[in-house]
Design a protein around this ligand. Structure first.
Ligand code: HJL
Ligand code: ZN
Length: 158
């Protein structure tokens, strides 16, 4: 989660979303498979989304083929500083949907904070993942740092 937080610092502060960092890890070897942060890739991109898109690009396959490839091990772990989104104000594909499209390859999601209510109100990301059998684990102790970085572009004098 410390690594995810350091990735989130690379994201440009903007009033319209959060700065989030994320990484995919193979738990059997500890290998980092992919990393991402908000707005890392061109367009309006989320941290978790960047992890998946970059991994697919690195293997020259479409993101939609990750589920049926051997690129992700069966019990892949996702670390993200913020609970994956269940809804996006822009109408883009939410990260929960992207995770579920991986067909169970992501078995565990470690999250640093729940999404604050600024944009979509009550984010249902955690519950939607758990309903599909994905383990969601809150990592305690870094909430203050994570939120300070995530909301740095939101004004308010913080
Ligand atoms: C997570 C991110 C990111 C958000 N959440 N988990 N990772 N930016 O990289 C959630 C927030 C959405 C807004 C605006 N942010 O981002 O709810 O414009 O950023 O599609 O709903 O939607 P867009
Ligand atoms: Zn998202």
């Amino acid at each position: 989660m410390r690594h995810a937080l350091s990735l989130s610092l690379l994201s440009p502060p903007k009033p319209t979303n959060y700065r989030v960092g994320a990484l995919l890890v193979d738990p059997s070897t500890g290998t980092i498979l992919s990393t991402g942060y908000t707005l890392e890739l061109p367009g309006n991109t989320h941290a978790e989304q960047c992890c998946f898109t970059k991994l697919a690009q690195a293997h020259s396959i479409p993101e939609s083929s990750l589920a049926d490839s051997d690129i992700l091990p069966p019990r892949t772990v996702l670390y993200t500083t913020m609970e994956p989104c269940s809804e996006r104000l822009s109408g883009n594909v939410p990260c929960v949907q992207r995770i579920l499209a991986l067909g169970g390859k992501v078995a565990t999601v470690y999250v640093g904070v729940k999404e604050p209510e600024t944009f979509v109100g009550d984010n249902k990301g955690r519950r939607m993942l758990e309903e599909k059998g994905i383990r969601v684990v809150s990592v305690p102790g870094m909430e203050e740092d994570i939120l300070r970085v995530a909301t740095a572009g939101h004004g308010g004098g913080g």
